[in-house]
Design a protein around this ligand. Structure first.
Ligand SMILES: Cc1cc2nc3c(=O)[nH]c(=O)nc-3n(C[C@H](O)[C@H](O)[C@H](O)COP(=O)(O)O)c2cc1C
Length: 422
């Protein structure tokens, strides 16, 4: 099941060091890339069908082609290394185990889009990862892979690492830009989209770490080789982090399109302690949950997930066993998003707080059936009424818990003894 494209060097000792990485092929694609016209590099990425691995799955090459032509302004690449979605832990493997893969991908992307200044936005809590990344960047400068003449070619490229300060919303691409510019991390209204007016008002491409790290394989081996993995509409591989109630939690690189339950069984050893499966969160906390019956028919690709009205998002699969209290889980979820709301939009700032109050009331045994209906109504009234989708990242999963595990909410509103009776 497992494949090794992005993770090829992950188990090689010291592969984070340039010398070792080079022995295993790092930077080997650059001469080929620099011999191609930049537009051909973009075409190769388009043909590979690579879709953004930050969650939304937007086709990478297509995004690059939105950059306006003939504009007298610098073009920027910002690499999204915020990785703050609960249950997501894939990019950190690239940052620590093969940072030169990311740097090589950055060079390829920057050459294709005509960028000479790249920023990597890394979450504040990633101390070890930032050190590893900066060490690799310093090595790349010293060896001439970054700087005035990249790998001896007539192409200048500087890469700067920018640390976040621990805000989930700064993973949202325009909040990320605000943060780099030194302002409060609050998302911008779109349009204009960053490709037209992004960092410092200039054309900007924002891609996830894994998206960029996929480029060396595509350029080295061609689009067809990449498409040999995955399905027709979801080509390639993905780093899936499997956590929760499984025997072997971990990060696994898999071709897209595999049956979800088979992956949980074969890679992660199945539900732990011989317990029954209650539900699966397919792609990080913001994705609608799947019941065991739904999980049984879902495959890990964009189409199947859409057909199941969910997403594999950032590849963070969470397995929930029969002991999980869904109402408690819903409270934790809302608590997180309420805390992380930047406060710019009223429905998110006030609405998520209101939802949290209601679910806490239910948990205390003081809630009613009308409160459950109100919770559901709030989801509908908050979603898509805000500048960014942080609030939807809360209401979409909450709605799925309310709809699929309604009886558990009802039990709190009816069956449980009220505090004074207990
Ligand atoms: C609240 C919020 C948090 C996000 N966090 C991340 C993140 O940590 N990493 C990431 O790559 N994308 C994140 N995204 C998605 C980015 O806005 C953007 O779509 C992505 O970086 C684009 O890269 P891609 O096309 O390569 O996927 C987040 C979006 C939202 C709304």
């Amino acid at each position: 099941m497992e494949v090794r494209i992005l993770s090829r060097k992950f188990d090689i000792a010291d592969a984070h060091l340039l010398e070792v990485a080079k022995q295993h092929g790092a930077y080997a694609t650059l001469d080929k890339v620099f011999a191609m016209p930049p537009a051909d590099v973009t075409d190769e990425v388009k043909n590979s069908g690579l879709r953004g691995r930050g969650g939304a799955g937007f086709p990478a090459g297509l995004k690059w082609s939105f950059l306006p032509k003939g504009v007298d302004k610098p073009v920027y690449l910002t690499v999204n290394s915020d990785e703050s979605e609960p249950a997501t832990f894939k990019d950190r493997y690239i940052l620590t185990r093969d940072p030169h893969l990311l740097i090589e991908g950055i060079i390829i992307c920057c050459y294709a889009i005509g960028c000479h200044d790249c920023y990597i936005y890394i979450r504040g809590e990633y101390t070890t990862q930032r050190k590893a990344l900066q060490f690799a960047i310093d090595e790349a400068y010293a060896a001439g892979y970054l700087g005035e003449k990249v790998a001896g070619h007539d192409f200048k490229l500087d890469v700067t690492v920018h640390r976040g300060a621990g805000a989930y919303v700064c993973g949202e691409e325009t909040a990320l830009l605000e943060s780099i510019e030194g302002r409060k991390g609050q998302p911008r209204s779109k349009p204009p989209f960053p490709a037209v007016a992004g960092l410092y008002g200039c054309p900007t491409i924002i891609n996830n770490v894994q998206t960029i790290a996929s480029l060396p394989f595509i350029l080295a081996n061609g689009a067809a080789a990449y498409k040999a993995y995955g399905t027709e509409k979801s080509p390639g591989t993905h780093l899936f982090g499997i956590s929760g109630h499984v025997e072997k939690p971990g990060m696994y690189e898999l071709p897209l399109g595999l049956p979800l339950l088979e992956v949980i069984e074969k890679m992660a050893g199945g539900v732990w302690r011989g317990r029954k499966l209650k539900a699966v969160i397919p792609g990080g906390s913001s994705t609608p949950v799947l019941t065991p019956e739904e999980a049984a028919t879902a495959t890990l690709d964009y189409e199947s997930m859409a057909a199941h009205k969910t997403m594999f998002g950032s590849g963070g699969i969470v397995v929930l066993d029969e002991t999980v209290d869904v109402v408690e889980l819903t409270k934790n979820l809302i608590d997180f998003y309420h805390h992380e709301s930047c406060g710019q939009c009223t429905p998110c700032r006030e609405g998520l707080g209101w939802m949290l109050k209601i679910v806490k009331q239910l948990l205390r045994g003081e809630g009613t059936i009308a409160d459950i209906e109100l919770l559901r109504e709030l989801c509908d009234n908050i979603e898509m009424k805000t500048v960014c989708v942080l609030s939807a990242a809360c209401t979409m999963p909450v709605r799925s818990y309310l709809d699929k595990f309604r009886s558990e909410f009802v039990a709190y509103a009816t069956d449980r003894p009220k505090p004074e009776q207990a």
